[in-house]
Design a protein around this ligand. Structure first.
Ligand code: FRU
Length: 490
């Protein structure tokens, strides 16, 4: 009886919190975010029986990282998401301290989740841990049962330079007759690497090889690997921890990027080229991809960064996903665009053409905190120009994108963005025909900018005041805004 009262009281508290979060000024309107409490990595992103499912690292009771569950949302269109009960909760001997990241795969009409069971074996979270790989299964993709055979991979391979404990984040896929999975790992001396496994039945796994390993400045651990085929190439995505800044690159605590190569499935050798980032902003980590029924390779990532200030935590929630983005391969580089379905949110279109821009300009109907802005700048000669977003001049708040025409650098400055973390990120963008095209998605506390048809993306969380909604354009030389469109997103 006492226990029942306690559970009911906790449920009432959670309902109150959900309402508060729902109404909160920084709560995102068209991105996946938890209804309350904590979210990190996307997990188990898949298309199953006509619906997209997205799971995520979740704590349902506190707005901070702790013993991890898998949260769960589903959608028919990647835009409208329905929240479902957590799919996995920690509790078995092999996952009692967390159901860590993993992926999903359909087999015989059932949905399998493959995840890392985490157990702390001492006080030191970096060293005292035991990680294993486990499976859960569901017929309806709502209620999942952990398999009796768990763990299906109970220890890291021995006899190779593979750290025995840091061994996690299985991404599983099928190739010809076999299932494969990649796992994030590191060497005994803290060099990040990715392991490849093979299985006939998802239950018995055979280690094949270390398919990629960091050399030089490439981090001390690679988390959340993902391997998939695109245009006859094999793309390996990973999230290296601890890469040191190099000029404008690697300014975030951790990185997320990819290499393009060719995988020999028998030997487990991946020949690959240069590491490239998937996003050049502040908040992008642990991306995971899926192939949908339209043959699109879609990626979604955690739109935050470890150890970065998250001002929503004191309001009972934290963490969000990026927009789902389609990946295409052109000249061996990934091109990223928001899924087309997002356009169904567009209302109240405002459109301008051939505007002359010199000094500063704003337009009364171009503003907002939940909008898409599509703008093409055209320079005649090298100029320094850009756009100020989420502006309130009386408060001195603004988030600024500046293109330095002489240097060919685009800068994202959030030093005056409001209550969140500050900083500047810069990336080199070479212009064709002196044109810079920015497709900007603003949600209540986020900005995603797709540059020149998705050649690069810059993503960041910002926490402005509720009335910081103005937008202005600026340039030190006369340039043209050849096209400008704005939609509210509802
Ligand atoms: C990446 C990560 C994963 C791990 C999970 C735990 O952000 O550290 O390696 O499985 O988060 O929540």
């Amino acid at each position: 009886m006492v226990e029942e009262i306690r559970i009911r009281a906790a449920q009432q508290e959670l309902n109150k919190l959900k309402q508060k979060v729902h109404e909160h000024e920084w709560r995102l309107q068209y991105h996946v975010a938890p209804i309350a409490n904590w979210m990190n990595d996307p997990n188990g992103f898949c298309y199953f029986k006509g619906e997209y499912h997205l799971f995520y690292q979740h704590h349902p009771y506190v707005p901070k990282w702790d013993t991890m569950y898998w949260g769960h949302v589903k959608s028919k269109d990647l835009v409208n998401w329905e929240h479902l009960p957590p799919a996995l909760a920690p509790g078995e001997t092999y996952d009692k301290d967390g159901c860590f990241s993993g992926s999903a795969i359909e087999k015989d009409g059932k949905l399998y989740l493959m995840y890392t069971g985490n157990v702390w074996t001492g006080e030191n979270y970096d060293e005292d841990l035991k990680q294993v790989q486990a499976l859960a299964v569901s017929e309806d993709a709502v209620r999942f049962e952990k398999l009796e055979e768990n763990p299906v991979i109970s220890e890291a391979p021995k006899g190779e330079d593979i750290h025995p404990f840091h061994f996690r984040d299985p991404k599983v896929w099928k190739h010809e007759e076999n299932y494969y999975c990649v796992l994030g790992s590191k060497t005994h001396d803290n060099i990040g690497q990715v392991l490849l496994y093979r299985s006939k039945d998802l239950l018995n796994w055979e280690f094949i090889n270390i398919i990629a390993k960091g050399e030089g400045n490439f981090g001390y651990m690679w988390e959340c690997p993902d391997l998939f085929e695109l245009n006859d190439k094999d793309i390996l995505i990973m999230s290296p921890q601890g890469v040191k800044p190099e000029g404008n690159l690697y300014q975030n605590l951790h990185q997320a990027g990819y290499v393009v190569g060719e995988l020999d499935y028998v030997k487990g050798n991946l020949s690959y080229g240069e590491f490239e980032l998937l996003d050049y902003g502040f908040d992008y980590y642990a991306p995971q991809t899926m192939l949908d029924n339209k043959d699109r390779r879609i990626v979604i990532a955690w739109m935050d960064m470890w150890e970065s200030k998250m001002p929503t935590q004191e309001h009972g929630y934290s963490g969000a996903m990026t927009l789902p983005r389609v990946l295409e391969l052109k000249n061996n580089k990934l091109i990223t665009s928001p899924v087309k379905e997002i356009e169904q949110l567009r209302t109240n279109e405002v459109s301008y053409e051939q505007l002359k821009l010199i000094n500063e300009m704003s337009l009364t109907d171009v503003e907002g905190d939940c909008i898409e802005l599509d703008v093409t700048f055209k320079m005649k000669q090298p100029a320094t120009f850009g756009v100020r977003l989420r502006v309130d001049d009386s408060l001195g708040e603004e988030t600024v994108f500046t293109y330095y025409g002489q240097k060919g650098i685009l800068e994202f400055d959030r030093n005056e963005s409001g209550k969140g973390p500050g900083g500047v990120r810069k990336t080199k963008i070479m212009l064709e025909e002196n044109k810079l095209h920015l497709r900007i998605f603003i949600d209540k506390s986020s900005i995603e900018v797709f540059i020149n048809e998705g050649e690069q993306v810059m993503t960041g969380r910002i926490y402005p005041s509720i009335n910081s909604n103005k937008i202005s354009f600026f340039s030190d030389e006369e340039i043209e805004i050849s096209e400008l469109k704005k939609w509210e997103l509802k």
